[in-house]
Structures are given as structure tokens and as C-alpha cells.
Write a protein that binds this ligand. Structure first.
Ligand code: EPZ
Length: 423
């Protein structure tokens, strides 16, 4: 793995146009779901990211053929002879767990490594397993692997998928994907409503699945005998878009975002407006203008349509420079605060109290060497560096490469000064 670093000189004011890529978190479960329909499926608008490559490698190991070419991923799932998710792949990317449901649906059996620890906190998979058991799967844990069988096939059921923090995105993806080929009717209550799940459900419908209630917390699925391969374009990445909105806010900039969906960003735009940042819808996206010092605001992360946990770190960076105090409460991953100590190294004034952080705005952030710990925390450090005085070094940039396509090129085209160096 190349251990690249970013050298970022600040402060800058970002102006210009950015094209938002397709959504990583929509593409991952959709690639997994193509397993359900034997044949060749084509997915367009897929971002060129390391996580997507890992997912393609995973489906190739199952026996499929996968290729990635300039935003188009083709998966030929005619043959699946090895329904096995190796620890060596799953440990690189937790989202590998989303092959569980599709493989159970297609093959009636699967072994996938149990995902391990993660920089954003404790992330169990009990809700995934509960939902699949309700569909009739027999599941055991053996030597660190989830071993599941559905002898005689899966059967529709009424399933409540809520957990201690509300709905689960990938548990919904798994149970929904498994249920479309189950016998009879399945009702999933407390299903995740994230746009990525809606995109997956639409894809499954294109394949021939019978699903109603898409976009709501209650999904009704009538099992079908088989599905056909599809062509599909994934939705724009709302988290990448939100990150660029935050980049404009923190640099008092003016950005036009192309290929972004304002309707997927309502909670985020609402917060930006309360911070004194203007966001207007345009023909194919939105324009964000931030001329003055941001006002402080309180943010609580929640399942969609609430404020996304995947933008918590980036907005914390912005609020570090707001005039006054803000409180950030993390209601999805209570320990997702690795960025707090790194932002503090850049002279932010932050106090963590359990799952809350009190952000007292400072007049300036000051460049420092910092360490990226996970994808969104690294994005927050890049944003802070754009606004900070001096040259910030962001180490372990591979975290950011998992989820942001060409981030330094996109930011540099709008006036940032970011240099990537391999060390
Ligand atoms: C998805 O992860 C995303 N990943 C995450 O994005 C995102 O942060 C998260 O949803 C929340 O929006 C992908 O889509 C690939 P959850 P997921 O299950 O599905 C608890 C990024 O930066 N829970 O919705 O794994 C869990 O611990 C990533 O792109 C259980 O208790 O998240 C958390 O508190 C990181 N048991 C809450 O539910 C379970 O079985 C929500 O997690 C499953 C989850």
C-alpha cells in the first residue's frame, strides 16, 4: 500500500465547479446484489475507488467475472462456485459483509468472515444475522466466519430490523437482497431509508423483484423465482457532495456542484443555512456561497433523513471557525471522534463529553502534521487544512482514497494547494 501524504497550504478560498462522483455506498451493495441475477450486469457512474476494487475482487473470488472501466463496472455472475468471503478481503473493507444476503438468496449457503474492529467504533452485525435467521437461514459462527445455510430455501417473514441506534443500512441491504428470492411475502419494518437503500431497491426491481414501500421504513417484498441482469446508473454521492459544501463553507468560498441531489441533502443544507451559508438548487445540482464568518449551530447525527454521521467530522471542522459555541452529538457511532484530537493539534478548541463534542469557535486554525484515521475523519482534516494558516501534512491518505475520487484534483481545480507525495 502506498503511504501517500498530502501537503496542504492554507488558507485558500475555493471557487469554481466540481462534478460529484457516483455514490460509493450505493455502488457497494448494488455490486453485491448483481450476484442474485445470473448473467452480465452493467453499472454506470461507479466511482474509481479502492473500496470498489475490493468489492470487485470479492465477487471475482466467488466465481464471477468483474471489470472496471472508466466508471462502468461489469459483473458476469453466470457462475458462482465459491460462496466464500475471505477474512483477507473482509478485513480490508467491512462492507464486504453485504455479499451475505445476495449469496444466501442465490446459493442457499454462504461463509463470510465476521468483520473485525473499526476506527469509527464498535460495529456488530447482529441485526444482519437476526434478519436472515427470520428468513429461515441457519447461522453459526465458526473460526471467525459467519456460516449460513438455507436448506430448502429462504421463506418470507415479518421482520423488525431496528437496533439500538435505529435502522441499519447494510443490514437492510442484506435482508432485502436475501428476501427477493425467498418464498412468499416479507415485510421489513424499521428498514433504513437512506438513498443508497432506495437505489438498491430500485435496482432489484429492475432485476424483476417485487418490492413496495421503497424509500419508507416499511418494505414489502413478494418473492420471485428468478431475476435478470440489469443496467443501472448509481446515484450521485451525497457524502462527497456534503463534503464539498463543507469545503466551501470553511473556506468562505463559492462552489457549483454538478451531479448532486439537493433532495438527498436537506438536513445538511438546513444546517448550512443556519450557519449563514447560502445553498441554492441549480439545474443539475446546487451552488453554495459562504461570504462571512459562519454562525455556530448544534448538530445531531441521525439515520436518514436526519444529518448523516458520514458528514459529522467535516462539519466539526467548519464549526471550529464559527463565531461561538456549537454542540455536536453523535447518535449513530458514539465513538466516531478520532478527528477530535487531530483537529485539536491544529488549534481547534474542542471538548469531548461522551457522545458529544463542544466546539468553541477559534479565530484561526494553524497547520500541523496530522494523522488520518478513517475516511471521513481524513476529509475533515483536509478541510481544516484548507482554512488553516501554513502547511499541513495529512498522513495516511489511503483512508481518503477509499471514498473520495481524485479529491486533491477536484479541490486544486477550485483553488486549493494540495500536493500528493509518496513516502
Ligand atoms: C453504512 O454502514 C455506511 N457504509 C457507513 O459509511 C455509514 O456511516 C453508516 O451506514 C451509517 O449511515 C456503507 O454503506 C458501506 P449501520 P453500516 O448498520 O450499514 C449499529 C463511510 O464513511 N448496528 O447503518 O455498517 C451500528 O453499530 C461509512 O462511508 C448494530 O448494532 O452502518 C451503528 O451504531 C462508514 N448491529 C448503527 O447500528 C448491526 O447488526 C448504524 O449502523 C448493525 C448495525
Amino acid at each position: 500500500m502506498a503511504l501517500d501524504i498530502f501537503k496542504i497550504s492554507g488558507p485558500v478560498r475555493l471557487t469554481g465547479e466540481v462534478t460529484i462522483s457516483g455514490s460509493k455506498n450505493a455502488a457497494l451493495p448494488i455490486i453485491a446484489a448483481t450476484i442474485l441475477a445470473p448473467g452480465k450486469s452493467t453499472l454506470c457512474g461507479v466511482p474509481n475507488l479502492s473500496d470498489i476494487k475490493v468489492m470487485c475482487q470479492l465477487v471475482e473470488n466467488l466465481g464471477c467475472k468483474a471489470s472496471i472501466d472508466n466508471g462502468t463496472v461489469t459483473i458476469d455472475s453466470t457462475n458462482i462456485d465459491n460462496p466464500f468471503g475471505d477474512y483477507e478481503i473482509v478485513r480490508k473493507m467491512r462492507a464486504s459483509v453485504c455479499i451475505l444476503g445476495p449469496l444466501l438468496g442465490r446459493c442457499g449457503k454462504v461463509e463470510v468472515s465476521m468483520p473485525g474492529g473499526c476506527a469509527i467504533g464498535y460495529r456488530p452485525v447482529d441485526i444482519h444475522l437476526r434478519g436472515l435467521r427470520e428468513l429461515g437461514a441457519k447461522i453459526e459462527l465458526k473460526n471467525g466466519y459467519i456460516v449460513a445455510h438455507a436448506n430448502g430455501g429462504l421463506k418470507g417473514a415479518n421482520i423488525f430490523l431496528g437496533g439500538p441506534f435505529g435502522s441499519s443500512v447494510l443490514a437492510t441491504a442484506n435482508v432485502l437482497s436475501a428476501s427477493v428470492l425467498a418464498k412468499g411475502k416479507t415485510i421489513i419494518d424499521s428498514a433504513a431509508c437512506e438513498p443508497e437503500i432506495t437505489d438498491l431497491a430500485k435496482c432489484l426491481k429492475k432485476m424483476g423483484a417485487k418490492i413496495s414501500g421503497i424509500g419508507s421504513p416499511q418494505l414489502t417484498i413478494k418473492g420471485v423465482k428468478k431475476l435478470k441482469p440489469i443496467e443501472h446508473t448509481v446515484i450521485p454521492d451525497r457524502i462527497e457532495a456534503g463534503t464539498f459544501l463543507a469545503a466551501a463553507a470553511i473556506t468562505k468560498g463559492n462552489l457549483k456542484l454538478k451531479n448532486s441531489r439537493v433532495d438527498h441533502l436537506m438536513a445538511v443544507i438546513d444546517k448550512l443555512r443556519s450557519m449563514n451559508v447560502t445553498v441554492e438548487q441549480t439545474k443539475d445540482g446546487c451552488e453554495v456561497v459562504s461570504n462571512s464568518l459562519s454562525k455556530p449551530t448544534d448538530i445531531t447525527t441521525l439515520p436518514y433523513p436526519g444529518f448523516p454521521t458520514d458528514l459529522q467530522a467535516q462539519f466539526m471542522a467548519c464549526l471550529c471557525l464559527a463565531k461561538g459555541n456549537s454542540v455536536i452529538s453523535e447518535k449513530i457511532f458514539p465513538d466516531r471522534f478520532m478527528h477530535v484530537s487531530e483537529l485539536s493539534r491544529m488549534a481547534a478548541n474542542l471538548r469531548k463529553e461522551g457522545p458529544h463534542v463542544i466546539v468553541s469557535g477559534v479565530e484561526k486554525l494553524i497547520a500541523a502534521p496530522v494523522m488520518a484515521s478513517d475516511l471521513r475523519a481524513s476529509a475533515a482534516l483536509v478541510l481544516a487544512a484548507l482554512a488553516a494558516q501554513g502547511e499541513t501534512i495529512v498522513n495516511r491518505v489511503y483512508h481518503i482514497d477509499r471514498g473520495y475520487e481524485k479529491i486533491e484534483e477536484k479541490l486544486n481545480a477550485c483553488g486549493a494547494k494540495i500536493e500528493r507525495q509518496s513516502i
